[in-house]
Design a protein around this ligand. Structure first.
Ligand SMILES: Nc1ncnc2c1ncn2[C@@H]1O[C@H](COP(=O)(O)OP(=O)(O)OP(=O)(O)O)[C@@H](O)[C@H]1O
Length: 595
């Protein structure tokens, strides 16, 4: 089955799951409404011919047909708007859940970080609302087909030559999908521009950049950039819409000419007694209708085409989530404790869709129980190394071994349950303060003692105690009475979250203290280093510190120095100082700036 049909099938199935009775009503109501339109034209013909020929039976049949179609027409409208709104709302909810599920099922980060995939996700997010209308759209298409087919049959009853009239609609049928394709293509081409405009909008309306924007007087620049991005997107989309409209107008002129010719033809037939006055009236009504019906059919087909594209993106995302990491036949279970350690064997890495290697031929063994610091200039590849270790990405070449087992043979979800981590770009979960911390170890989110001791390990007890309701304080603007925290306070809670898992195999602290001052960071890391020693004895855990502050870095037993995509030095602080290489140079530079 073609992908588009499969995608529509999936959305129809979801709609029926969301609200079966109302969905069924939506399917039949449009064809009913269309039949009533045809019935009106035919009933009127019977009535007029009956009246003009004094045929009582004909008049009665015409009158009954008109009453019946009026009833049908009224019936098809009953509760339709409310039913449509409810079906759309319920289906959208299911689609949102499915979209969230698929996005969350992607084990890596490239869905969010690779522009090509991000664009697909963005278009899906923007247009997902229309998926709830698929059943309605299919029903309208069916109705329009019925109407067009029925009209053709009625015209053919007058004279078979009138069967040619629908042929005049072929240009519109060809033009419409073409115009819609151009519109969709323009939308795809402008997604990056719109994303950029949206980024500018977020900058102008969000709290966090407000200070810098005012200080640097960026307001007019942002407004100007937003306007320019929109203008660019608008120009591209307008061009597509105008070209489409121009083509459509041409195709409709063809039809209009055919319509006028048809009516003239029936009038001539009537003057020769080969058609009745009722036929003339019916042909005027129906032939004019054919124009609108085909127009409707074409419009509906275009509408459906757009929905099929969006549904296709949902299917793409679902398949992408499934195939992002090839399943391992019998995944190995991550060890309970590390005995040998973690080994990088000739690891080289390029981000998807990029040419440049950001890590080159990295080979290193990190013994179990080690605290290792990763240093290097901005963009040296420190965070990328952490992403590879967490299996957010696979090495382009080489492999990473955990106690001799290839990382690829672990299920990534299982592997990450053995992790604890704090990041510079930490999440701000707007929950109760205790929950914000507790999500770091979901099975224990309801254990106040576990949360208290995580906060203590993160030296964040004071931060929570200062909140009006302690761990029960709602955080953020999601709550009416939510408390807004400072950047440093959010970061302390993120550190608490990182401390929830008590015996991880890997503890990563990737610049998690960037919002904290150097003294606090130093103290915290001393705290963590002593915890790391405890964990090392217990589970052979490896602690990875990423920091630009050398006072922190020097606490690590092993220091990796990255430069120009390569591991250039490795050793303890004393060894690296004695070597007098890049580390010693950077250390001296930072130390002298504090003197
Ligand atoms: N998702 C991505 N796609 C493409 N390139 C990326 C992506 N993420 C990072 N990079 C590039 O990879 C290189 C290494 O980035 P990384 O974030 O690992 O550096 P870092 O050493 O952690 O830097 P910093 O000290 O500034 O945090 C940089 O050149 C960066 O531009």
């Amino acid at each position: 089955m073609p992908d588009g049909l499969r995608a529509v099938g999936l959305i129809i199935a979801l709609t029926f799951r969301a609200d079966p009775w109302r969905a069924a009503w939506l399917v039949v109501r449009s064809p009913i409404a269309m039949c009533s339109l045809l019935g009106t034209a035919y009933g009127a013909k019977l009535l007029i011919d009956g009246a003009l020929t004094a045929n009582g039976g004909g008049v009665l049949a015409g009158a009954l047909a008109l009453v019946a179609v009026q009833l049908l027409g009224t019936l098809s409208g009953v509760g339709s708007l409310a039913a449509r709104a409810m079906v759309i709302e319920k289906t959208t909810l299911l689609i949102d859940l499915r979209l969230m599920q698929a996005a969350l099922d992607t084990p890596g980060l490239d869905l969010h970080e690779t522009p090509r995939h991000r664009d697909q996700l963005e278009l899906l997010r923007l247009r997902r609302g229309e998926l709830g209308e698929v059943v309605d759209s299919v029903s309208h298409n069916l109705g329009m087909l019925l109407l067009t087919g029925g009209s053709v049959l009625l015209l053919a009853r007058i004279h078979p030559l009138l069967l040619l009239l629908p042929l005049a609609a072929i240009p519109s049928l060809l033009v419409s999908p073409l115009a819609e394709r151009m519109r969709v293509r323009a939308q795809e081409d402008t997604v990056e521009t719109l994303r950029s405009a949206n980024h500018v909008f977020e900058l102008a309306t969000n709290a966090s950049p407000a200070k810098e924007i005012r200080l640097f007087g960026l307001g007019p620049v942002l407004l100007d950039r937003h306007r320019r991005e929109w203008d660019r997107a608008d120009e591209l989309q307008n061009r597509a819409v105008w070209t489409g409209s121009f083509l459509a107008a041409g195709s409709w002129l063809v039809f209009a000419a055919a319509y006028v010719a048809s009516i003239a033809f029936v009038a001539v037939l009537a003057t020769h007694g080969r058609a009745t006055p009722g036929d003339v009236l019916m042909s005027v009504q129906v032939a004019a209708g054919v124009n609108r019906f085909v127009q409707g059919l074409v419009f509906m087909a275009g509408w459906l085409y757009g929905q099929i594209k969006t549904a296709g993106r949902l299917v793409w995302l679902t398949n992408y989530a499934r195939s992002a990491l090839p399943p391992v036949a019998e995944p190995a279970e991550p060890p309970d404790r590390l005995s040998s350690g973690i080994t990088f064997e000739g690891v080289t890495f390029r981000y998807p869709d990029t040419e440049r290697e950001v890590i080159r031929d990295l080979t290193l063994h990190i013994p179990a129980g080690t605290t290792v610091a990763v240093v290097g200039e901005n963009g040296a590849g420190k965070s990328t190394l952490v992403k590879l270790l967490a299996r957010f990405y696979e090495p382009t070449e080489g492999r990473i071994l955990v106690d001799g087992t290839d990382l690829r043979s672990f299920d990534p979800v299982r592997w990450r349950t053995r992790w604890a981590a704090g990041f510079q770009d930490f999440a701000r979960f707007e929950l109760l303060a205790g929950e914000t911390v507790g999500v770091g170890d979901l099975p224990r989110i309801g254990e106040p003692a576990a949360i208290d001791s995580a906060l203590e390990r993160a030296a964040a007890t004071g931060t929570v105690e200062a909140l009006p309701l302690g761990t029960r304080t709602p955080l953020g603007r999601t709550f009416d009475d939510g408390v807004e925290l400072s950047g440093g306070q959010w970061q302390k809670l993120a550190l608490g979250r990182a401390m929830m898992r008590e015996s991880p195999l890997v503890l990563v602290l990737d610049e998690p203290t960037a919002s904290l001052d150097a003294v606090t960071e130093h103290e915290l890391f001393r705290h963590y280093a002593s915890r790391a020693r405890g964990m090392a004895a217990e589970t052979g855990a490896i602690t990875v510190l990423v920091s630009h502050r050398f006072s922190t870095v020097q606490m690590a037993e092993l220091i990796m120095v990255l430069d120009d995509r390569r591991l250039v030095e490795v050793g303890s602080h004393d060894e690296l100082i004695a070597r007098n290489g890049l580390y010693a140079e950077l250390f001296e530079l930072q130390a002298s700036s504090y003197r």
